[in-house]
Design a protein around this ligand. Structure first.
Ligand SMILES: Cc1cc2nc3c(=O)[nH]c(=O)nc-3n(C[C@H](O)[C@H](O)[C@H](O)COP(=O)(O)OP(=O)(O)OC[C@H]3O[C@@H](n4cnc5c(N)ncnc54)[C@H](O)[C@@H]3O)c2cc1C
Length: 217
């Protein structure tokens, strides 16, 4: 058995991933790690033998895991990584926060990140994928992200480092986004709430939102 470190967070062996992906498919991950906090994640990455692959996972809305599963440590951020802090036009968000929640909280504070409301992922996945909707993309609002590298180093990446392109970024696949800082236009909270309601209604009208689909159908 490989020399797997013992973190403070939760480490599970042979974790079935099908219950964690949007399309409810996928086999078993060798290891599934839910770090307690960023220090725990850094230490784990430092101590993990370099020949063991790491795969960061959000809420699995853009993942199809094969039936054979993943020979890797799947890292999924949870409770320690879902804070939302608003300061002026800036929104600092933990990578586990759900896009929809961030859109709603920002709108309540009079900030327009409404495009996130209909994207069924987490902020980590949104930054990694440069998620976008209704003409707005993460890259339009992105200021910086906190990232933990495969070696367990904590770094901050700006927009120029991210290599954003259509629904993708150039972030190395084993690096883990823990937090992102966005800038948003201001708006009247009631008008932003109405925009969100309109977007949800539009999506319900044009997509099979009550069924499992991969979106953009
Ligand atoms: C019904 C439906 C509608 C959708 N609509 C849209 C849409 O309108 N616009 C749009 O852009 N996308 C859309 N998507 C795609 C998907 O929701 C987005 O790509 C979303 O941003 C993925 O986030 P996630 O948390 O689910 O990431 P996952 O699917 O778990 O992972 C996606 C990628 O991000 C990486 N990743 C996840 N978290 C982290 C992290 N913390 N650090 C580093 N890498 C990480 C993973 O390794 C993987 O490469 C839709 C999908 C569905 C199923």
């Amino acid at each position: 058995m490989p020399d797997i470190p013992s973190p403070r967070g939760k480490l599970t062996q042979d974790r079935d991933l099908s219950s964690l992906t949007w399309l409810r498919v996928g086999g078993v991950a060798d290891y599934f790690f839910q770090p307690a906090d960023e220090d725990d994640l850094c230490q784990f990455m430092r101590d993990l033998p370099s020949d063991i692959a790491v795969f960061p996972m959000g809420v699995g809305s853009n993942l199809i895991v094969r039936d054979g599963g993943l020979r890797a440590v799947v890292v999924r951020l949870g409770r320690g990584f879902n804070q939302i802090a608003i300061d002026g036009r800036h929104v600092r968000v933990g990578a586990a926060a759900l896009d929809a929640h961030v859109a709603r909280k920002s709108a309540e504070a009079g900030l327009d990140l409404t495009f996130l409301r209909t994207i069924p992922g987490s902020i980590g996945g949104a930054v990694r994928m440069n998620a976008g909707c209704y003409g707005s993309y993460v890259k339009d609002h992105f200021i910086e992200a906190s990232v933990v590298t495969r070696q367990g180093e904590r770094i901050t990446l700006g927009a120029d480092d991210m290599g954003f392109a259509y629904r993708q970024s150039a972030l190395p696949p084993e690096w883990i986004i823990t937090q992102a800082l966005f800038e948003a236009e201001t708006g009247d909270p009631a008008a932003l709430a109405e925009r969100i309601a309109t977007q949800l209604a539009k999506r319900d009208d044009t997509q099979p939102t009550k069924e499992l689909s991969a979106g953009s159908t």
